[in-house]
Design a protein around this ligand. Structure first.
Ligand SMILES: [Zn+2]
Length: 87
């Protein structure tokens, strides 16, 4: 499994830093948005970083397949400002 550059960059950011996550399935076109409440719930279930979250996500319309076989487009929206250093 070879993560794309953007995913790799965000891989170790925390789930609780996410504001929302847009998930689209490239196989069937189904899309949904995980909101703050969904993300906090995932975090409370032990999903700590973005990479772990990506492995958990699957299309609700398609049959279950291993993470490496999924064709999902993920667009994270990170909470603004938390990692920015004030000079
Ligand atoms: Zn699908």
């Amino acid at each position: 499994m070879q993560p794309r550059a953007a995913e790799h960059q965000d891989a170790f950011r925390l789930v609780i830093e996410l504001e929302s996550l847009y998930v689209a399935c490239d196989d069937c076109g189904h899309s949904r948005v995980l909101k703050l409440s969904n993300l906090r719930e995932a975090a409370s279930l032990g999903v700590h970083n973005y990479m772990q979250l990506c492995r958990k996500i699957r299309c609700s319309e398609c049959p279950k397949v291993p993470p490496s076989a999924r064709n999902l487009t993920l667009r994270p929206s990170w909470l603004a400002g938390e990692l920015q250093t004030v000079a």
